[in-house]
Design a binder for this molecule. Structure first.
Ligand code: ADP
Length: 168
């Protein structure tokens, strides 16, 4: 029996912390689907089509990982793929409350689906997509925190958007 897991998220943008979870989950399961949610922010930092394209480049060398988009209920996406395992990352106690609520709600909706948590590596435990967005908005160097295909997209995004006026 082949073990399939889904790693869902908004990945806006994907970070090296996300990539670490992908690498580790890919070693634990026969197949991993990275599921990029499209129902969150109305004004995403990186458009979901570009997020998926960047993630596909990032996982190119990991043959048992595929990247898909989903909208609507995650448990319905999982059921449609006959998948009974969801993978989430847990950074700090601050993640626990939200993750616990989402996992509990998903269990009510789909008792056959289990959520498993991988603890963030120490060196990535501070890292969140929001940190990258903030650094980029303030003109800092975000490149250590994101894989190269993501850095390229952030760069072209900044070039195509008008810069904020500099403060006097
Ligand atoms: P959300 O799905 O809540 O929008 P994200 O897309 O940012 O969250 O992240 C998807 C999952 O990856 C979440 O479970 C989140 O806790 C986890 N994650 C995010 N950043 C890291 C990191 N640096 N290390 C480990 N896990 C992480």
């Amino acid at each position: 029996m082949s073990r399939l897991a889904i790693y869902p998220g908004s990945f806006d943008p994907p970070t090296v912390g996300h990539m670490d979870i992908i690498d580790r989950a890919a070693r634990m399961f026969d197949r991993l689907i990275v599921a990029v949610g499209t129902n969150s922010a109305k004004d995403p930092f990186i458009d979901h089509v570009e997020r998926v394209a960047a993630l596909r480049e990032c996982v190119h060398g990991i043959p048992n990982v595929q990247v898909e988009t989903f909208s609507g209920l995650l448990v319905e996406f999982a059921r449609a793929h006959d998948c009974t395992v969801l993978v989430r990352g847990m950074r700090a106690i601050s993640d626990f409350d939200y993750e616990f609520r989402v996992a509990s709600a998903n269990r009510r909706l789909a008792p056959e689906i289990e959520t498993v948590f991988l603890m963030a590596r120490d060196e990535y435990s501070f890292l969140a997509s929001s940190v990258v967005r903030e650094i980029a908005a303030l003109g800092g160097d975000y490149s250590p925190f994101v894989p190269a295909p993501v850095a390229e997209r952030i760069r072209s995004r900044s070039e195509s958007r008008p810069q904020r006026p500099a403060r006097a």
